[in-house]
Write a protein that binds this ligand. Structure first.
Ligand SMILES: *Cc1c(COP(=O)(O)O)cnc(C)c1O
Length: 377
């Protein structure tokens, strides 16, 4: 039946031009397609430990309450974060993943008359959030491939794109998919250089994995820079990607605005409960960080043996330099072997592939499969 009208033509102009986010290929899909029993998925920067036992226990315990709405203000989780970070609860916005808070920022501050600035090769959600509300996206070129931080954010180039109509600047530290990070002093100088009406959105999704020298005192900066917004998540080091919980730390006035546009119950009950419990499980976090460190070494040793390179990474993943090979083709050839990595051609990096650091066993399986594919030419 012919459509009585062209709905695409009816869509808001910003929505018409969007390309949907491309998630990592799900394990279940690969098992179905190739009839495989076991699959190693190192494609979505998930925590290879599985959830914290304390978080799991808290989820089971809350299930009888599922007929009730969750606490729309997330009181307990905010209290726990407030105590942990020494930040007033009035500065905290909870989100259905930090993805949600990024969208709230776009809805609260961007209009078709405004623009947001980001770096090339930065996280794909920034363009989606910006374009969906009809705002303009300005993308700064990244640092050169032969610089000390190849493909990393070029703060001077980003600053040069800020104009009177800029309302948001997105910075991922470290960035996904490159893994690159910013020196704390340079980052602070950048924030200090921004006009008062430009919000700096500092995405610290992988902050827990950073070493003490890499990690800035960004929470301490909040008092000094009212235009700073920090976003964080329970999806990575806290191992709760499936539940969707993240948060923003910002000035109380900015927080109030974000809370006006969010859904009343944007974070569900098991998510609130699990995140509060996970925050209290220091042993789990320490284990996750330690496993990440040894996984980083295992991958770097393995990649060296295969003659491959990688971009410097402060996260739980490596952006592997395939030395002229196609990341998309390698991704395809690894699938029948039951290994899912993440091609990053959609990020302007066709000669790289992103690998999440897994358990020792997962890393060994993926490295062996990678070796077989390379050997086959
Ligand atoms: C994974 C990731 C997030 C987190 O997304 P959630 O919605 O919290 O799961 C945010 N920013 C970056 C750069 C990421 O890689």
């Amino acid at each position: 039946m012919p459509l009585p009208c062209d709905f695409t033509a009816l869509a808001a102009p910003g929505v018409r031009g969007l390309t949907p986010y491309q998630p990592g290929k799900p394990e279940s899909e690969l098992k179905r397609e190739y009839g495989l029993d076991s699959v190693v998925k190192l494609a979505s920067n998930e925590n290879p430990l599985g959830p914290s036992p304390k978080a799991l226990e808290a989820v089971y315990a809350c299930l009888p309450e599922l007929a009730r709405y969750p606490d729309g203000n997330g009181f307990e989780l905010k209290q726990a974060l407030s105590t942990r970070l020494a930040v007033d609860a009035a500065r905290i916005t909870l989100g259905n993943g930090s993805n949600d808070v990024l969208e709230l920022l776009a809805r609260a501050f961007l209009t078709p008359a405004h623009n947001a600035v980001m770096s090339a090769h930065a996280f794909a959600v920034y363009p989606l959030a910006t374009l969906a509300v009809g705002a303009t996206l300005k993308t700064a070129p990244a640092l050169a491939a032969d610089s000390a931080m190849p493909y990393g954010h070029d703060l001077a180039a980003m600053r040069a794109l800020v104009d009177d109509d800029t309302r948001l600047v997105f910075i991922a530290n470290p960035n996904n998919p490159t893994g690159t990070w910013l020196a704390p002093a340079e980052l602070e100088a950048f924030i200090a250089s921004l006009p008062a009406q430009v919000l700096c959105v500092l995405d610290e999704a992988y902050g827990e994995y950073m070493s003490p020298g890499q990690l800035p005192d960004s929470v301490g900066w909040l008092e000094r820079y009212p235009n700073l917004v920090i976003t964080r998540t329970f999806s990575k080091a806290y191992g709760l990607a499936g539940l969707r919980v993240g948060y923003a730390l910002a000035h109380a006035q900015v927080t109030d605005l974000l809370n006006r546009v969010r859904q009343p119950f944007n974070v569900n009950l098991p998510a609130l409960t699990a995140a509060t419990a996970a925050l209290g499980d220091a042993a789990y976090l320490a284990e996750a960080v330690a496993l990440n460190r040894s996984g980083m070494q295992q991958w770097q040793d393995g990649l060296t043996a295969l003659g491959l390179g990688w971009l410097p990474s402060a996260g739980n993943f490596l952006c592997v330099d395939l030395k002229g090979r196609s990341g998309r083709e390698l991704f395809q050839r690894l699938l029948p072997k039951g290994v899912i990595l993440r091609p990053v051609d959609n990020y302007g990096l066709p000669g790289h592939i992103r690998v999440t650091l897994g358990t020792e066993r997962e890393n060994a399986i993926a490295l062996a499969a990678l070796g077989e594919v390379l050997a086959a030419g």
